[in-house]
Design a protein. Structure first.
Length: 95
């Protein structure tokens, strides 16, 4: 699904214009990003939790050259689905 598909779906479901639906969706995504960037979490009860976590510093190897690299510690965004979504997806048949 693309952003335009999502906008069309929300517009159809709510009766809002596509412009209003797109503005609301974009605003929602911006707020989620700002919150996670600030180190806070957002729980969407019907979907899951947006969060950030700390990754430890580690050693890595460049597979092409074999050179050893030091990868610094950093924060990364994460998302965890609620159990209900995980269960529904696990029921789907594999292609």
């Amino acid at each position: 699904m693309t952003l335009n598909d999502l906008v069309t779906s929300v517009s159809t479901e709510t009766g809002a214009t596509k412009k209003v639906a797109k503005d609301i969706i974009n605003s929602t995504f911006r707020q989620i990003a700002k919150t996670v960037e600030a180190g806070d979490q957002i729980l969407v009860p019907s979907l899951g939790r947006f969060n950030s976590k700390n990754r430890k510093a580690r050693k890595a190897t460049n597979l092409t050259t074999g050179e050893k690299l030091d990868v610094p510690a950093k924060k990364v965004p994460t998302f965890t689905y609620i159990k209900k979504v995980k269960d529904e997806v696990s029921k789907l048949k594999l292609d």
